[in-house]
Ligand binder design. Structure first.
Ligand SMILES: C[S@@+](CC[C@H](N)C(=O)[O-])C[C@H]1O[C@@H](n2cnc3c(N)ncnc32)[C@H](O)[C@@H]1O
Length: 216
C-alpha cells in the first residue's frame, strides 16, 4: 500500500503550496505549454503515449494534454493534485469522447493498490513534484510485474553553458512555480529497480524520454 507520511509536515506543506500554484496556473497553462511544446518538447507526448498499453495511470495528468496521443484501446486513469487542472482535463476528455477516470490525489501517496496498472506515464511533471524519489517508488509499487514506466521531462542539460542558464533560471522558477530545471529522474528510475528499455536526450540534453519496465 502507499506509504503513510502524514508525519512529514514539510512534505505536506510543500504539496499544499504546489496545489495552490497549479490552481492559479490552470487557466493560463495550455497557452504557455503550447509554446514550450513548439520550441522544446517536439514529439515527446506522442513518443510516450503511443507506447502505453492495458490499464494506464498518468500521474500529474494536468489539463489532459496527452489525451489525444493515447491508443484508443487503453483504460486510462489520470491523477493530479489540482482540481482546477483536472476540470480542464475532464472537458478535454469529453471533447475527445474518451473515457478517463480522473482522480484528485498526490503522487507521493498514489491512492491505488499495489500492482494495479500495466503502464505508468508521467510527462513534464517530475520537474514539479516535490519528492521525485518517493513518487517514482510509488509508480513502481502500483505497476504490475513486467509493467512499463514511460517518462518525458526537461532535465539538466549535457551542455555547460545551458546548465549555467538553467541554474540561473531555476532560482526564479522554483520560487514562482516550484518548477526545477536541474533535476534528472534517470538515476532514480534505475535505483528504484526499473530496467531501461529505451532512452533518448534531445535539445542539448534538456529533454529526456525514458521507457523502462519493472521486473517480472
Ligand atoms: C507542468 S504541469 C504538467 C501537466 C501535464 N503532465 C502535462 O504534460 O501537461 C505539472 C502538474 O503536476 C501536478 N502536480 C504537482 N505536484 C503533484 C503531486 N504531488 N501529485 C500530483 N500532481 C502533482 C500539478 O498539479 C500540475 O498539473
Amino acid at each position: 500500500m502507499a506509504p503513510d507520511d502524514t508525519n512529514d509536515p514539510d512534505l505536506a506543506e510543500a504539496v499544499d503550496r504546489q496545489r495552490r500554484i497549479w490552481s492559479k496556473e490552470a487557466k493560463r497553462y495550455d497557452r504557455q505549454m503550447a509554446f514550450w511544446e513548439r520550441v522544446l518538447f517536439g514529439d515527446a507526448r506522442a513518443w510516450v503515449c503511443s507506447q502505453a498499453s492495458g490499464d494506464v495511470l498518468e500521474v500529474a495528468i494536468g489539463t489532459g494534454r496527452d489525451l489525444p496521443f493515447y491508443p484508443p484501446d487503453i483504460r486510462l486513469t489520470g491523477l493530479d493534485l489540482s482540481p482546477e487542472m483536472l476540470a480542464i482535463a475532464e472537458r478535454v476528455a469529453t471533447h475527445l469522447e474518451r473515457t478517463v477516470a480522473l482522480d484528485e490525489g498526490d503522487a507521493h501517496h498514489l491512492p491505488y493498490p499495489d500492482e494495479s496498472f500495466d503502464t505508468v506515464v508521467c510527462v513534464f511533471s517530475l520537474c514539479n513534484i516535490t519528492d521525485i524519489r518517493t513518487a517514482i517508488i510509488e509508480m513502481h509499487r502500483v505497476l504490475r510485474p513486467g509493467g512499463h514506466l514511460l517518462l518525458a521531462d526537461h532535465v539538466i542539460s549535457t551542455n555547460a553553458i545551458a546548465r549555467g542558464a538553467q541554474r540561473a533560471f531555476e532560482k526564479l522558477t522554483i520560487r514562482l512555480a516550484g518548477d526545477h530545471q536541474t533535476r534528472r529522474p534517470f538515476p532514480i528510475v534505475t535505483d528504484t529497480g526499473f530496467t531501461i528499455d529505451r532512452h533518448q536526450r534531445d535539445k542539448l540534453g534538456i529533454v529526456e524520454r525514458i521507457a523502462a519496465h519493472k521486473a517480472q
